[in-house]
Design a protein around this ligand. Sequence first.
Ligand code: KIV
Ligand code: NA
Length: 265
Amino acid sequence: TRRITVHDIAAAKARGEKWPMLTAYDAMTASVFDEAGIPVLLVGDSMGNCHLGYETTVPVTLDEITMLSAAVVRGTSRALVVADLPFGSYQEGPVQALRTAMRLVKDAGVGAVKLEGGERSHEQIRLLVDSGIPVMGHIGLTPQSVNTLGYRVQGRGDEAAHQLLRDAKAVQDAGAFAIVLELIPGELATEVTRSLHIPTVGIGAGVDCDAQVLVYTDMVGLTPGRTPRFTKQYMNLRESLGNAAKAFAGEVVGGAFPAEEHTFH
Ligand code: KIV
Ligand code: NA
């Protein structure tokens, strides 16, 4: 088997096929999703919230993303692995972005990178693509800008909608192979999807996007507390893990574990 490439992604769009993307942050979880046939795995900077215990994605470092990306690459054989460029690792300009992306490609072995921003990130995307690194764009709600945007629906109102369309075009024109649309009205996502030839990957962006992405900890019900309305929980892993831990604890305290079959003589 060979890895999925950006050419396979373009071919899926040409055939009108929708595809799923999930985040992954470790080798074992990634191997489960790879075996389940998920074609694209994102080592998102959502690892900040999910795996590293930060409140936002803002503090996530390049060392952290590189280490977990390498684990996801090692755990998979088929999926295209895409790594997020963390906050502060590409905003200074195209050369900084290239240095960051090169580290992820060479040290972690990812097949593509993702960075936030439309028109403002155009030059960064262009240099990476010209240098041979496939880029996924990300517009709408861009969590690295939480301190200016907050966490609310983007692209509402004529002016914001037009800017979002310009941002989408800028990402495509810079050479990106796909673009994430996060938390925008479904109608606007439909319009963006119709106006681009590269696939749109929706999260809180309605049903008409070419692909859909979920943060896997939301998807499996591991995320504590309330999750946003646009996510969907396909199982309650938090409850299952908690029950397994309680069962283990009870058997240790009660002397039922280890049993004879777990014991060497
Ligand atoms: O970091 C992340 O998980 C993401 C997806 C939500 C697109 O950027
Ligand atoms: Na992200």
